[in-house]
Design a protein around this ligand. Structure first.
Ligand code: APR
Length: 237
């Protein structure tokens, strides 16, 4: 019998217990860096070296981090569910925890591409996307086509090319789980609204969340503790 579909939308909170900072908590990344300077299309045009340094730092930090028990718990659900992870995170911790289906809405920090590719003009082709691992990329590092290499990240101000694919996945979910996101960045934050009416939605976050009109079940715990509760809830169904 086909496994039921579980869609898991994650944000920075799922990686918090791996030692990666979140963006908007106190002391978060956006308290220390201006996203418009280091993570926007305008920032890239104005000072690409600053953007490259920001993501070099993110890669260096990621190399020292490992998946936590929440990432592993999400991956373990694949034994009983057809699990599709849709993450806003640019880290590789879901994959390293064993999740086999991960869609990165906002790109991947371990990947780079020519700055003149993967845009509206070429239909967001990923043909020239390359894996750079945890390495550094600097001004003057050029792609095969001679263009400057840039992070394979969706900058603020850029389209989210995988959003339609994500909407399709959510619309087919039998169950949805949201872990560790402030639901403050669109269009990702609108995804849960594409579930079929009556589809149960659980959200794990230690902070208060705006569960909107969809009546989510809020597990007010961290990702690691909340996943233990969520798995118990699944067993009781
Ligand atoms: N476990 C679970 N959730 C946690 C934990 C934890 N240990 N610690 C913090 N959180 C929650 C916070 O309460 C908050 O709701 O994780 C969420 C983090 O929110 P943000 O920092 O806004 O991160 P995120 O929602 O992923 O941001 C979305 O914004 O800057 C862009 O592209 C960037 O993908 C990012 C997007």
């Amino acid at each position: 019998m086909d496994k039921k579909k579980l869609v898991v939308l994650t944000g920075a909170g799922v990686s918090a217990e791996s030692g990666l900072g979140t963006y908007r908590d106190n002391g978060g990344l956006w308290d220390r860096y201006d996203p418009m300077e280091v993570a926007s299309d305008r920032g890239w045009r104005r000072n690409p070296g600053l953007v490259l340094d920001f993501y070099n730092m993110q890669r260096e930090k990621l190399q020292t981090c490992a998946p936590n028990a929440a990432h592993k718990a999400i991956a373990s659900l694949e034994s009983d569910w057809d699990v599709q992870v849709i993450t806003q995170n640019v880290d590789n911790l879901h994959e390293r925890a064993g999740s086999s289906k991960v869609l990165h809405l906002h790109g991947e920090v371990t990947k780079v591409r020519p700055e003149n590719c993967c845009n509206e003009a070429d239909g967001f082709s990923e043909k020239f996307v390359r894996d750079v691992g945890y390495g550094r990329v600097s001004l003057g590092d050029l792609a095969e086509n001679g263009a400057q290499l840039r992070p394979h990240i969706v900058f603020f101000g850029e389209a989210v090319p995988k959003m339609q694919e994500a909407v399709q996945m959510v619309s087919q979910a039998d169950l949805m789980l949201i872990v560790g996101t402030s639901l403050s960045v669109y269009p990702a934050a609108s995804l849960y609204g594409f579930t079929q009416p009556g589809t149960p939605i659980y959200i794990i976050d230690p902070a208060d969340v705006n569960t909107g009109s969809r009546g989510m079940h809020h597990i007010k715990k961290t990702a690691v503790e909340g996943m233990k509760d969520f798995i118990e809830i699944l067993k009781s169904k």
